[in-house]
Ligand binder design. Structure first.
Ligand code: FAD
Length: 497
């Protein structure tokens, strides 16, 4: 092998989710030899445990206006050039997916997460149709299409169970290869044109989470392979970080049976949320699904606690019998492994949901003030009766009885903010090049996907997979277009972990 390397190729892609697959396909189709590294036993990452939707803009300028609005309201850092490139490229995603295989069909299922922002009508969410069933059917359809385009149609080698450990850089900072760990030991792989990092986020890296994201504890619903490896590798190569406090965060319950939490799409009829003092704190029905953390990360400097982490979902027997308390059962890394019972009885029996004959007993079990919980429920039921939520203006359904919390026994689930995914990481430019602290591209280093995402504090649903597909393609094309670069493997001993 040349100059001390164990393997050589043109482009190394680190991480095999939708961004990695799109990057590999695009680099291959642009004429490069490609090798994909995946740390876990199977590819798919967060992509495969997701809902699988992706946003597509129907009008470029108006979509740019809408997406820009998300940053203006949240005061997150905005990159106009990146937004423009994203909107232009993601408008081609349906056509690109259809080019991967005959008879690919898509459907549209939703739109803008924030309909009041100018340009919202130009945001549409799509999913790939297919044979799969269940909550992750669209994700499976998408992944089957992408992975067969990588492995079957193009024969691009994918080394699973092979985590990248370090980037190899030359003395001038040029990224020339990757050190990866195989079962036989570490190997060095020369990348003659470029390296593309698509390792997803850092939801399972407690140290990174603690340093950048406010609120505790926060669990993750996603793929346990997303441990921030790519972030650390890019940092060592000199990358500028951004959007590190940006997370797409829903609610969930954490049980010891699974490393990931179970996603809870809650706030439906007959469900109210109370904090640790037994009081309601929000209109439960209007929390945007990806903005859960923003609803609960309030820190009380008097009690020295996060009074809403965890909070409690309270409901009664009527609501229990209505169906699974979560609208999102079956999504997420734990969700795909667990079958939630239709009347929540299994979850009551195994202790994930607490049951009590009276509100007093329920409050005691939750260690919250009995009188406060009683007052909260009494006020809620009285507001429901009058059709007016006097505290938070929550809409009361026409069938008022469905909103009551009155028919014992009573139930509570302990709810934590749970990450759908993180958004932060190395910043990239419009060519998907990772940039350094002074916005200068780090030679031959690219990234795509949720790692170093363009999304900040406020997120548009379907935006992450859209970005993974768009910037995966951009990264693949540009990395493949680099001039061939031959380097000698530097002495990396002592630089491994
Ligand atoms: C429950 C749920 C629902 C969601 N629904 C949607 C949705 O409908 N629409 C949407 O846009 N987004 C959704 N998301 C978010 C979306 O799934 C992700 O942001 C997106 O799939 C990220 O794609 P990616 O390719 O960047 O990363 P991933 O798909 O996570 O892939 C990263 C891969 O890199 C691997 N890896 C990590 N470290 C290394 C290493 N050192 N070496 C080699 N490989 C490594 C990981 O194991 C993983 O396989 C959802 C997420 C969840 C959890």
């Amino acid at each position: 092998m040349t100059s001390g390397w164990d393997k050589e190729t043109d482009v190394v892609v680190i991480g095999y989710g939708s961004a990695g697959a799109a990057a590999a396909i695009a680099a291959h189709d642009a004429g490069a030899r490609v090798l994909v590294l995946e740390s876990t036993a199977q590819g798919g990452g967060n992509t495969l445990v997701s809902f699988g939707g992706f946003m597509v803009p129907t009008h470029l300028d108006k979509a740019i206006r809408y997406i820009s609005g998300l940053y203006e309201f949240s005061h997150s850092e905005k990159d106009d050039e990146l937004i423009r490139v994203f909107v232009e490229e993601s408008s081609k995603s349906i056509e690109w997916l259809k080019s991967l295989k005959q008879d690919v069909a898509v459907l549209t299922y939703g739109g803008a997460s924030y309909p009041s922002i100018t340009g919202a009508e130009t945001i549409k969410r799509y999913a790939v149709k297919g044979a799969h069933k269940g909550a992750t059917a669209f994700a499976q359809n998408l992944w089957q299409l992408l992975s067969s385009a990588v492995q079957e149609e193009r024969n691009i080698p994918v080394l699973t169970g092979t985590p990248a450990k370090r980037l190899v850089t030359d003395s001038d900072g040029t990224v020339s290869g990757v050190i990866a760990r195989t079962q036989e030991g570490e190997i060095s792989i020369q990348a003659k044109r470029g390296v593309i990092i698509t390792t997803g986020g850092y939801g399972f890296n407690a140290e990174i989470m603690q340093n950048y994201v406010k609120g505790s504890p926060i669990y993750s619903l996603g793929h346990p392979g997303n441990r921030g490896d790519g972030l650390l590798m890019a940092q060592k190569a000199g990358a500028k970080l951004w959007h590190m406090n940006g997370v797409s965060c829903s609610f969930g319950i954490k049980v010891p049976e699974f490393e990931s939490a179970l996603m809870m799409g809650i706030g439906g009829d007959g469900q109210i949320f109370v904090d640790k003092s037994g009081k309601r704190f929000i209109n439960e029905a209007t929390i945007e699904r990806h903005a859960g953390l923003l609803a609960v990360d309030f820190f009380d400097s008097n009690s020295l606690t996060y009074p809403r982490i965890p909070f409690f979902l309270i409901f009664d027997e009527t609501a229990r019998l209505r169906g699974p308390i979560s609208r999102t059962v079956g999504l997420g890394s734990a969700g795909i492994r667990y079958s939630w019972s239709s009347d929540n009885s299994k979850e009551v029996d195994n202790g994930w949901i607490q049951k009590a004959d009276t509100l007093v007993e329920l409050a005691r079990n939750l260690n919250i003030d009995e009188a406060a919980l009683h007052k909260t429920i009494t006020q809620w039921n009285s507001d429901v009766g009058r059709g007016d939520d006097t505290l938070y203006g929550r809409e009361i359904p026409d069938d008022r009885s469905s909103a009551l919390v009155a028919n014992g026994p009573f139930y509570a689930a302990t709810i934590h903010p749970c990450l759908i995914n993180t958004q932060g990481g190395p910043r990239r430019n419009g060519k998907a090049q990772v940039v350094d602290a002074f916005n200068k591209p780090i030679p031959r280093l690219y990234s795509a996907g949720e790692l170093g995402s363009l999304w900040g504090l406020i997120y548009q649903g379907g935006g992450n997979i859209a970005e993974a597909l768009a910037f995966g393609r951009i990264a693949g094309v540009h990395a493949a277009g680099e001039r061939c670069y031959i380097s000698v493997l530097p002495d990396t001993k002592g630089d491994m972990s």
